[in-house]
Design a protein around this ligand. Structure first.
Ligand SMILES: [Zn+2]
Ligand SMILES: [Zn+2]
Length: 398
């Protein structure tokens, strides 16, 4: 039997067709019926146990190897973004206001390809592979819902390892993989603050309770909190992205509202900022005789790679794709990922894969989420082979 990578190269045209079909018809959020249909069609005839999501259009497929062994999970996300595509590609989105600007169309095609390659190796497979095709990565947390619906028990036992790839249209040169042990991506939560005052005439502030200066003081105090309460080597980022109060210059409004994104890079720093930030809001308001409500809304948790699983993945990259194809990211990324929910339960690794368009400089190419972000199909066989080999080798004992 030819090698897994040769087999992936042999189905490159099929992978490209699937990827482009998904790309042309992007769907957003948790309900992706057309994408789900394409995935099911591509898995048709393979020896898989397939389960569909109940409250979302996920696909969980289990391949049972002929030999006994553990269970490994491979994940791809399938959702697009509310962006109007401006790439000018021949297979560009046909749906106004929706675009696969984060490359999830490539992940989906790669994982479907890996399911095919591994199915052909069912007799040599020592254990089970769970293929996790998830909707709703870009916000609604599809991975968490799949876990709630029992995805981690799909094979009848929990996976011992979980892997995911993510393409990038810039930053990394084409074909290069990057990751790091420990924290790879941030937790991204939001802090919603309302300062409740009492409106009145702008010329008589003493007869009102002006929420605007109090809200401004809270915004500044949050930045002081960042520098005085947190270790610079385990940082947090607080950015107030919206701030709304009032209508005209001579009316003191009843209240002022702002929302901040709060990024953290360890569960400890996340817990600390979740406790400290609301208290700053409520207590500064109280100091001025006003009241503030501050609500922390959880986003995705910190993405933490298991050290041993990352070392294994790095070795697999070298074995399958050759030396020089992996670099260690010097710092975590400030973006966030809902594969974090899987990694909270299963040790694993998340790897970035450079997929910038030919003849572009990765350092200036439009990045993921841009209306001009381009991802090169040529990366599909490598990603497919890597998914398949991660499962095959991990089940064979590393
Ligand atoms: Zn994204
Ligand atoms: Zn993404």
């Amino acid at each position: 039997m030819a090698g897994v990578h040769d087999d992936a190269v042999a189905i490159a045209a099929e992978l490209t067709r699937l990827r482009r079909a998904i790309h042309a018809e992007p769907e957003i959020g948790l309900d992706l019926p057309r994408t789900q249909r394409k995935v099911l069609d591509s898995l048709d005839g393979l020896p898989l146990e397939i389960r569909l999501g109940e409250s979302l259009s996920s696909v969980t497929a289990v391949l049972r190897g002929a030999l006994p062994g553990d269970t490994v999970l491979l994940r791809a996300d399938m959702d697009a973004l509310p962006v109007t595509e401006r790439t000018g590609l021949p297979y560009a989105s046909l749906v106004d206001g929706a675009m696969h600007a984060c490359g999830h169309d490539l992940h989906t095609a790669m994982l479907a390809g890996a399911a095919k390659l591994l199915s052909a190796r069912q007799r040599e497979l020592a254990g089970n592979v769970v293929f996790m095709f998830q909707p709703g990565e870009e916000g609604p947390g599809g991975a968490r819902i799949m876990i709630q619906e029992g995805m981690l028990d799909a094979a009848g036992e929990p996976p011992v390892a979980a892997y995911a790839l993510h393409v990038v249209s810039g930053l990394l040169p084409f074909g290069l993989l990057a990751s790091r042990a420990g924290t790879l991506m941030a937790a991204a939560d939001t802090l919603h603050v309302t300062v409740h005052g009492r409106g009145g005439h702008g010329s008589q502030p003493q007869n009102a309770a002006d929420p605007i200066p109090v809200a401004c003081e809270i915004v500044l105090a949050l930045q002081t909190m960042v520098t005085r309460r947190f270790d610079v080597f385990d940082p947090v980022v607080v950015t107030v992205g919206t701030f709304h109060a009032g209508t005209v210059d001579n009316v003191i409004p009843d209240d002022a509202q702002f929302v901040a994104t709060v990024r953290s890079f360890s569960p400890a720093a996340r817990a600390a900022v979740q406790a400290a930030a609301p208290r700053i809001a409520t207590d500064i308001a109280a100091a001025h005789g006003l009241r503030a409500t501050a609500e922390f809304r959880d986003g995705y948790p910190v993405t933490v790679n298991d050290g041993a699983e990352l070392t294994f993945a790095e070795q697999t990259v070298a074995d399958v794709l050759g030396d020089g194809r992996y670099i260690t990211a010097p710092n975590p990324l400030t973006g966030s990922e809902d594969f974090s929910y899987v990694l909270e339960h299963v040790p694993g690794a998340f790897l970035m894969l450079g997929a910038c368009a030919p003849d572009t400089d990765p350092f200036t190419a439009p990045f993921n989420h841009s209306a001009e972000a381009c991802f090169d199909d040529a990366v599909l066989p490598d990603g497919t082979a890597l998914y398949a080999e991660l499962a095959l080798r991990r089940l064979a004992g590393g």
